[in-house]
Design a protein around this ligand. Sequence first.
Ligand SMILES: [Zn+2]
Length: 393
Amino acid sequence: MNRYTVFLVLFLIFTACEKPDGDETEQAVIEEISVHTGGIQNPERLSLVESTKITNVILLIGDGTGLAQITSGQLNLVGKDGMLHIQTMPVTGIVKTHSSDNLITDSAAGATAYSCGIKTYNGAIAVTPDKKRCKTILEMAEEKGLATGLVATSSITHATPASFGAHVESRSMENEIAAQLLASGSEILLGGGMEFFASDYREDSRDLLGEFSEAGYQILSTAAELEAAEGNKLLGLFAEDGLERNNSEPLLPQMAEIAIDRLSKDEDGFFLMIEGSQIDWGGHGNDANYVLEEVRDFDQTVKAVLDFAQKDGETLVVLTADHETGGMTLTNQKEEGKAMEIYWPTDYHTATPVPLMAYGPRALEFMGWRDNTYIGVKLAELLDVGTLPSIEE
Ligand SMILES: [Zn+2]
């Protein structure tokens, strides 16, 4: 091997180690997470429910949550032989997530598939590709006299919750979405986004907080106020924009528990969407520890939801994601299994299908490979609130 050949071999090895996608603008990130190696106390795997009567539907959406987000959460929180509450749900499937204009969906088109049962373009909030309003499962439930709620750790006007209670051409129209959420009649709205409701923030100075209050809502801005709230109509805005984990804010499990407590007082039943919004933000940040913290809260929320559903017996629980974020991959074991290497090839969403899980009456309807629109159509049918899709002329 002469000097030139040695140089060529080294050059080829070096270029082979470059990141694989060839995109000059993106830099793949490699991180490490710790793996739990202590004792294991697994939650019980849930059984199928034989009864077929459905009074309530709870849809849990882990924004940006693929199998690697769940598995890294499992490794970190309960170890390789452990099981998260998410993993106790007896029925599993897979969801294909593409939108009408892109193989890679955003959260607006992703949530519209679940709320309206249609494919639409990225950025659309419950409107069709030609910008007609599509009726949502939440609106149908309201019309039938059921109680409804939206809970998120983003602003409550963010793409995922917005797609259930508003119709706008672009997800960025959060001032308009806030006003439409009032018109939706949804009884429980808990999340962030005070800046889109309070008159001193809004460009049009409209006093939406006053309007909500007149419509019978209790307005809440801290965890303590949420805990003390007694009404059945709650608007909780715990941050200007997304929640930030400061001490005055509630966490997702607390918001979910109170939402379920209030909605379940309606004898006609309820529809509730709960989003772990920031699992996605951890993915965008290529920040595995952010993802782990969010998955931990989401799993505690799932525990609260499943505890209620088991006692109730007439609640169908479906858990899925709108898309995966970051292309998160678990690559190398480190320190004899005490740590795991995480590889992030992108800081945006991916087209990888996402997991689907179900528990409760008729949960078996959510087995197998499904298109994301199937989830919305089937949930509306099972809750018996109408037929999706329903496009307004
Ligand atoms: Zn995202």
